[in-house]
Design a protein around this ligand. Structure first.
Ligand SMILES: Cc1cc2nc3c(=O)[nH]c(=O)nc-3n(C[C@H](O)[C@H](O)[C@H](O)COP(=O)(O)OP(=O)(O)OC[C@H]3O[C@@H](n4cnc5c(N)ncnc54)[C@H](O)[C@@H]3O)c2cc1C
Length: 403
């Protein structure tokens, strides 16, 4: 008789774990608390499903910060190229966007998810929806809340792929933390990552510029500089470049109650080059028009210079250029988990063995965003969720003598 494996969580990590185990010959039962599978994956596809990134693997791994070393064998086991091949095998060819990010040509997640669920059905994976895992009973059986009441299930191995805690209405609400903590598993608190930060903009600035991008800028915090784009929001700033700094900014806010962000509005021009451009006489133009034409700044960037001084923009070209190169903005807080693209924190990596099995719970494996790694947007989240899902499934298959 083939061994049985219960996979809990039908997001990317759980789906790939279920697929891998079914291919290895296990009988797989997949549970999700929601009425349908892969809700966050579908949401991720709304603005263009960024599957992975085309940059070299060593650069790619740096995106995971301190967890990069830990992530290396997992990504070696499922590289970005392997992810692209996997997507293509599901009928979803990909392309590399101008920023190096990789997307399915369809852009959306729905065709990929549909094909994936079809494949799982063909492999014999049974899917129990509206089935919320609630822990273990005194005999060690898994317990679930279902529309038909409580259900228990025993399995030869379990893969937990319950996600982080961002966008909880999509299913991953982080409520699993108390179930594992009760078993002694150490968990780093789940905090928002890839989320906007608050700035006390003036009313006039937010009325005029909320929703507008600051393109081709460089942001610096704590000695780390990131180039990219940010979006002005009525509450503050959001967007890729700011997300890339979010771990350091979050720590500074936790420590000091605020974080200083330095914005270079023209990273391709030196202070000297900008000064030289700005010495051209302003004539009868307004200061804004002069800055717009001479320094090629958008109205939003000029507005941001005013916000940074808290008053007028200086008159001298040199001071104007200095402000363009280093407009300082104070971040006073961050948005919550309900608006974050992902969460930081989760099961401490030291709680897992090489095969992603929980050291304290033999036979129970864990994968995906519920583990304590974080990364910026750019395809790194799905890549790591899938790679760890695959690694946990291989670990479980090995333990069951299937690999
Ligand atoms: C708006 C948005 C856009 C995004 N865009 C991108 C992108 O373009 N590229 C990218 O790489 N990443 C993106 N992400 C992040 C990416 O979607 C996640 O990192 C990824 O889905 C995590 O996969 P996972 O399988 O670990 O968890 P999840 O996808 O969160 O799946 C976990 C599953 O577990 C289920 N579950 C939770 N608790 C229980 C329980 N007790 N019992 C049963 N089931 C339970 C949940 O219902 C859920 O279905 C985006 C996220 C958001 C919110």
């Amino acid at each position: 008789m083939s061994p049985t494996v219960t996979v809990i969580g039908a997001g990317p990590a759980g789906l790939i774990a279920a697929e891998t185990l079914a291919r290895a010959g296990a009988r797989v039962r997949l549970h999700d608390a929601m009425p349908s599978a892969g809700r966050k994956l579908l949401m991720a596809g709304r603005g263009g499903l960024n599957l992975t990134h085309s940059e070299p693997l060593d650069v790619f791994l740096e995106r995971y910060g301190e967890a990069g070393g830990w992530m290396t064998p997992r990504l070696d086991g499922f590289t970005p190229d392997a992810l692209i091949a996997w997507s293509e095998a599901l009928g979803q060819p990909t392309f590399v966007g101008s920023s190096g990010r990789v997307f399915p040509k369809a852009m959306k997640a729905s065709p990929l998810l549909r094909a994936w669920l079809g494949r799982l059905g063909e492999l014999g994976v049974s899917l129990a929806l509206r089935s919320r895992w609630t822990g273990w009973d005194t005999d060690g059986a898994l317990t679930f809340d279902t529309p038909d009441g409580p259900v228990t299930e025993t399995a030869d191995a379990t893969v937990l792929a319950l996600g982080g805690a961002s966008w909880p209405r999509l299913g991953s609400d982080g409520r699993w933390t108390s179930l594992l903590e009760a078993r002694g598993v150490e968990i780093t608190p789940l905090l928002p990552a890839n989320v906007g930060f608050n700035v006390a903009w003036s009313d006039i600035f937010k009325e005029r510029f909320a929703g507008q991008p600051l393109k081709a800028i460089a942001l610096t915090h704590g000695g780390v500089t990131v180039r990219g784009e940010a979006m002005i929001a009525d509450y503050g700033l959001e967007g890729g470049a700011i997300y890339a700094l979010s771990a350091g900014l979050r720590a500074a806010i936790a420590r000091d109650g605020k974080a200083e962000l330095t914005i270079d509005l023209h990273p391709d021009q030196s202070l000297g080059q900008l000064t030289a451009r700005l010495v051209t006489p302003q004539g009868r133009q307004s200061q804004s028009n002069h800055l717009r034409k001479a320094a090629h700044l958008s109205p939003a960037a000029i507005g941001l210079m005013r916000e940074a001084t808290g008053g007028p923009i200086p008159i001298s070209p040199r001071s104007q250029a200095a402000l363009i190169k280093a407009a300082r903005v104070t971040l006073t807080g961050m948005q919550g988990l309900e608006r974050a693209i992902s969460s930081a924190g989760g099961i401490r990596l030291s709680e897992l063995d090489e095969d992603l099995m929980l050291r304290r719970l033999p036979g129970v494996f864990a994968a995906g965003e519920m583990l304590d790694w974080e990364a910026p947007t750019g395809g790194y989240l799905l890549q790591a969720s899938l790679a760890t899902g695959l690694a946990a499934a291989r670990g479980a298959a090995g333990r069951l003598g299937l690999a």
